[in-house]
Design a protein around this ligand. Sequence first.
Ligand code: A3P
Length: 328
Amino acid sequence: LLSAPPTVLAEKYFSMYPEEADPFWQNPCEDPRHREIWFKNKTCDRLPRFLVIGPQKTGTTALYSFLSMHPAITSNAWSPETFEEVQFFSGNNYYKGLDWYMQFFPPPVPGTNISQNYLFEKSASYFDKERVPMRAHALLPKSKLICILISPVKRAYSWYQHMRAHNDSTALRYSFYEVVTAKDDAPKALRDQRNRCLVPGMYAQHIDRWLQYYNVNQLLILDGELLKTNPVIIMHKVQRFLHIEPYFDYSMHLRYDSKKGFYCQVVNGDHTKCLGRSKGRKYPPMDSESEKFLQQYYKRHNVALSKMLHRLGLETPSWLEEDLRNFE
Ligand code: A3P
């Protein structure tokens, strides 16, 4: 019988099974063998019970901040790299491991009932990334998922404006129309921009990927247009979906701010605290050519979404009915 130091053995093993070099985090407390070797002073309770998965530019920050107002809900801690988002499952942070992820959530307070504290995280990049549902399900098979959808046409435009506001050179150089209509022989930067702008809006195919791992009862799809005009109804739906207690009456804590043009949190009795300037930006309306192009572009994706919602017995948001009516 031959042996070698652990690192040499590991190298040999991974050269034989390269696919296993990619880690795959599971809950250490779910497997007796893992629990045995898990440090006694560690817990498995520093994991979220639900995820807000995006997509980007649909109102995820508003939902995150409204959720954080709830006395029984605790969000992930702020990150200096990704701000309010952890982005664990979607990128290289995954390789930082489980301890890294858990540090974003507070340890349970001794003597308190953890089932009354709903930890959650929101990372808008989760929605459309290929490997995220598989990774999320491996670690959090029982967690609930919340996504927010608006018309993919509007989402694409909001994303483009977001890139311009961040001085992205491609977004500054090309018009919105040039980005969304870029052909496959266009410069790479433009093609990449087009894809990042358009792909998240193919809602049905992304939801389908999540449903390969999660049960439909674990998923809540929110209407992002309603989040803008009537967030109290949305927060009522969310609380019902999470079976959360105590019930928090958002009508007492959210108020429309005419200067901001959006609902904001009521603070100190009669003041409002709104989201920052990067949320609810002012920009010129979309040109009609781009709008026409995108309505056509998203038509089959919207039809697929409508059929999927119908099949799953889920509500059709009014923006989807409207987008589909434009093509009757
Ligand atoms: P715009 O800035 O293009 O209007 P996300 O947080 O997912 O990036 O989404 C940003 C979008 O949230 C904003 O896009 C805005 O339309 C929408 N939104 C919804 N409710 C909001 C609120 N109460 N305050 C600010 N923006 C809100």
